[in-house]
Write a protein that binds this ligand. Structure first.
Ligand code: 4AD
Ligand code: MG
Length: 476
């Protein structure tokens, strides 16, 4: 008989029909009641086995063991579930030594411990919920753009350009490490490398996205992105996923509108499709926050927070206004900030979090940053000091989106690239978009894991990507 997913059994209104279920044991009580989970749902299915079941089989029904069960769906006598399965046959697919199995689910294991056994953590409620929500968000992202006629453009993973100009790239090479070919001046000769030049893992698909936008009008990328920044924080990964829409004819305002609509859409989708998982994560957050002093706990529950974001417009302020708010804040006057504040600084996360969590108490779009702290491709404003940039800051996270209107004027772009020592000849392909029918255009990048953090209420970015890559950590 074909396997039925536990989610579908728990949802069904009918009883008395035969099923085959397969999954892993979460608990076994009184030699009779198995809590079985197959990953399709947060909730376990209760399986009731016959008290005369073969002793050898009963002995092997341990936490973590995998089973295949044929039985009948019946009304449950117990509390907590409407239906259960009365087993006719129980087959042990794989045994699991309860002594050695690192996941003893009786006491809730800490997230730190689970990070150490990351290869098994998908089998816990928390990570089951997180990664089902992550999946839904990814699906919703494609749906959002598809519904609006965007073309999904696959930008390269291996590239010769540094899109952000920040020099945080991982090199890709097939040259021997011990004795690479060298130029006369001693530098490594990359013309002998696989691609005949130095190449890296992409830090952003934006520049290629712009090539697509200036032909298709509206494109987006959604792929892995790599940054060799040595930030060992709860917000940074060396490998993360980024969503980057790029739209011809859009200005900065349109760009912010698109980002807001997009974020609301995907959150709404998760609330509609992952209610149980989100309610579980909301409760997890409440339990976790009980450890914190009262004044550090969130004012809103997770679901409330998500509903608030869906129903309220984000605040919009310029960078200059944001700096004024910080300078006039009680936190600044009482010297509560670790880093100083003045016009021109790259705001630290303590500043960003002050703005969203203490001042506005909602997501904030900060626009028009000083040009000296932003990338070469951003459109220069008439004041000569700022560029048409935007960052979206989210409560509990800080920066979740970075974007801008792009510099579409060839002369201004070339001038800025020269000032910033970005090689204009090598990037002829990028400049060609400005040479051949240039148009105003804008786009942004949303860090997918930061979105997943926000939606799940998790606090460490390592807990929202299946296989985290951080400094000194790249297991399996
Ligand atoms: O602000 P960033 O660097 O912007 C860009 O890369 C632009 N090319 C995007 C664009 O306009 N198309 O990165 C965008 C977002 C950040 O706001 C953040 O959410 C996320 O990517 N991000 C990271 N997420 C996890 N780990 C890291 N190391 C990240 N660096 C950036
Ligand atoms: Mg940024």
């Amino acid at each position: 008989m074909a396997r039925t997913k536990i989610k579908d059994i728990l949802r069904s209104e009918e009883h008395g029909y035969p099923v085959t279920v397969k999954g892993w044991v979460r608990s076994f009580r009184n030699n009779q009641f198995i809590a079985l989970n197959d990953g399709s749902s947060l909730n376990n299915l209760q399986i009731v086995i016959d008290l005369n079941t073969n002793e050898e089989i009963v002995k092997n029904i341990t936490n973590g063991a995998s089973l295949s069960i044929n039985g009948t769906v019946v009304t449950s006598q117990g509390k907590g579930q409407k239906v259960e399965v009365k087993a006719d046959t129980v087959e042990i697919l794989g045994t699991c030594d309860g002594e050695k199995f690192p996941l003893q689910l009786k006491n809730r294991p800490s997230l730190e411990y689970l990070r150490e056994i990351a290869h098994l953590r998908f089998r816990t409620n928390t990570f089951g919920a997180v990664f089902r929500v992550r999946h839904s968000l990814a699906f919703a992202i494609h749906q959002f753009f598809n519904d609006r006629g965007f073309v999904y453009l696959h930008t390269p993973i291996v590239t010769a350009s540094d899109a952000e100009g920040a020099g945080e790239m991982f090199r890709v090479t097939t040259l021997p490490f011990d004795n690479p070919p060298r130029n006369e001046d001693g530098s490594i000769n990359f013309t002998e490398d696989f691609f005949g030049r130095a190449t890296n893992l992409t830090v952003s698909g934006q520049l290629e996205g712009e090539l697509g936008a200036t032909a298709f009008g509206e494109v987006y990328t959604f792929g892995p992105t790599f940054r060799a920044e040595n930030s060992n924080t709860a917000r940074h990964l060396a490998e993360f996923w980024m969503i980057e829409p790029e739209v011809a004819f859009n200005d900065l305002n349109d760009n912010a509108d698109l980002a807001e609509e997009f974020i609301r859409y995907v959150i709404k989708y998760a609330l509609e499709h992952n209610r149980e998982d989100l309610e579980f994560l909301a409760q997890r957050l409440i339990d976790e926050e009980k450890q914190k002093p009262q004044n550090e706990r969130s004012e809103m529950g997770l679901i409330e927070k998500l509903e608030f974001v869906i129903n309220n417009k984000f605040e919009r302020v310029t960078y200059t206004e944001a700096i004024d708010i910080l300078l006039n804040s009680p936190a600044y006057k009482k010297k509560k900030f670790q880093y100083d504040v003045s016009w021109g600084i790259d705001m630290q996360s303590e500043h960003e979090r002050y703005l969203v969590e203490k001042h506005f108490k909602k997501p904030v779009v900060v626009t028009d940053y000083p040009k000296d702290i932003k990338a070469f491709y951003m459109r220069q404003n008439d004041d000569g000091k700022t560029v048409a940039a935007m960052d979206i800051l989210a409560p509990g996270i800080g920066e979740i989106v970075g974007g801008s209107q792009r510099e579409e004027r060839l002369d201004k772009l070339e001038q800025r690239m020269n000032e910033m020592h970005i090689p204009t000849e090598e990037m002829y392909w990028y400049l060609d978009t400005r040479r051949f029918g240039t148009v105003p255009h804008a786009g942004f990048g949303l860090g997918f894991e930061r979105l997943v953090l926000f939606v799940t209420g998790m606090t460490n970015i390592r807990d929202v990507i299946p296989f985290p890559r951080t400094p000194k950590n790249a297991e399996f």
